[in-house]
Design a protein around this ligand. Structure first.
Ligand code: DAH
Length: 394
């Protein structure tokens, strides 16, 4: 029906608007229609803006074109002056308004203040503070870097062990006093799990003549990362050059140097021609890399059931350079870790030829290395997750 046509689709004559006032009124009607659409547009609504621009300025069917075609063209010469002028004004108003809206949206977009569907995208997002690597993790990575650079590879092993791997195969028999310092947590698992764990033990018949003993089926939390020496040599023919970072457990009461859970890095190198010289050289290289090129190394006789001879590896005090200070308790030296040449008895547990092979092993406490390096005097700080402590290692 013709009276439902938009006014710009009809001629002024059809609209009965031939007098100047009537013409102006029609233009005012169009203009307020446009302004109303603008009011409805929300800032940053790009799709709405585009639709509005096309509806009004579109070449083929925009309102401005329609007015030109339907109002201006058929008008009498006197009307043309009025219509032409009003049309130009309307067009300028539409163009200016649309341009202002676009500039506003753009500025808002630049400042990150575009909103869509009532959501204010300009609001700051949820800030998720980036964490950092824990100082123990950083220390482990540094230790790994040093040993990787001289041909060691990194392996990891289970935290739940059998007494066989944790003690016996490391030449620590049941009533050996070395077990006293390594009391730990024992697990009573359902019998199926215990059976599976004991199945994982190596078949005893295949190793007749070795030092292997009956292992008890009970499970425990490993007290050191040394069991991975045995696992690795069982799985792999020599040469072996591995380090084993990982968590260990002991039945220790917490104090400033003890924790029931802590970390170690075990090391093992076995080959046909490894001498004490290579062992000492590796220790010295490590100490210089970790504590600085001027640091001196000292090997002090010690005892471990799985190494012979055994040594404590000491470094000249990094704080006083060996002169003696509070940090080294006036000794000039700081104890770093235990180590030694692999006791040939251990090779017996893994079917390695003790006559042909030799090697060295070491085991260092990650917490101890980190405490020394960063001057931390309480091991508990590592486990409390107090960000005031952790932030210092960013
Ligand atoms: N496993 C020993 C401990 O936890 C540390 C250790 C000492 C490991 C000497 C070794 C070693 O491999 O040769 O106390």
């Amino acid at each position: 029906m013709s009276d439902q046509k938009a006014i710009q689709e009809r001629t002024l004559a059809e609209l009965g608007a031939t007098a100047p006032d009537a013409i102006s009124a029609r233009f005012a009607e169009l203009r307020s229609g446009f302004d109303h659409r603008v009011d409805l547009l929300s800032a940053g609504d790009l799709a709405g803006w585009t639709a509005l621009r096309n509806a009004w300025l579109g070449r083929a069917s925009g309102v401005i074109t329609a007015i030109g075609d339907n109002w201006l063209k058929p008008a009498t010469p006197e009307q043309k002056r009025i219509v032409g002028k009003a049309l130009n004004e309307l067009k300028a108003h539409v163009e200016r308004t649309l341009e202002e809206l676009r500039a506003l949206a753009e500025a808002a977009g630049d400042a990150g203040t575009t909103s869509a569907g009532g959501v204010d995208l300009s609001l700051p997002g949820v800030q998720r503070p980036l964490g950092t690597r824990h100082p123990l993790r950083q220390t482990i990575e540094e230790l790994e870097r040093i040993f990787l650079s001289i041909g060691f590879s990194v392996v990891e092993g289970p935290e739940i062990e059998t007494p066989y791997y944790n003690f016996e195969a490391l030449n620590i028999p049941e009533h050996h006093p070395a077990r006293d310092t390594m009391d730990t947590f024992y697990l009573s698992l359902p019998s199926r799990a215990a059976a599976t764990a004991s199945e994982a033990l190596p078949p005893r018949a295949a190793t007749a003549g070795s030092n292997k003993q009956m292992a008890s089926p009970e499970l425990l939390l490993r007290t050191h990362t040394s069991p991975m020496q045995i696992h690795t040599m069982e799985r792999q023919k020599p040469p072996v050059r591995i380090i084993v970072p990982g968590r260990c457990y002991r039945r220790d009461n917490p104090d400033s140097t003890h924790s029931f859970a802590f970390h170690q890095i075990e090391g093992l190198a076995v080959d046909t021609d490894i001498t004490f010289c290579e062992f000492k050289g590796t220790c010295e290289y490590f100490v210089r890399e970790f504590l600085g090129p001027k640091t001196r190394t000292r090997l002090r006789p010690s005892y471990f059931p799985f190494t012979e001879p055994s040594a404590e590896v000491d470094a000249s005090c990094f704080a006083c350079d060996g002169r003696g200070c509070r940090i080294c308790k006036h000794a000039g030296w700081i104890e770093l870790f235990g180590a030694g040449m692999v006791d040939p008895a251990v090779y017996g547990y893994v079917n390695y030829d003790a006559k042909r092979l030799s090697g060295f092993a070491f085991g260092m406490g990650v917490e101890r290395m980190a405490m020394m390096r960063y001057g931390i005097n309480d091991i508990q700080l590592f486990y409390q997750n107090d960000v005031r402590f952790l932030r210092q290692f960013e």
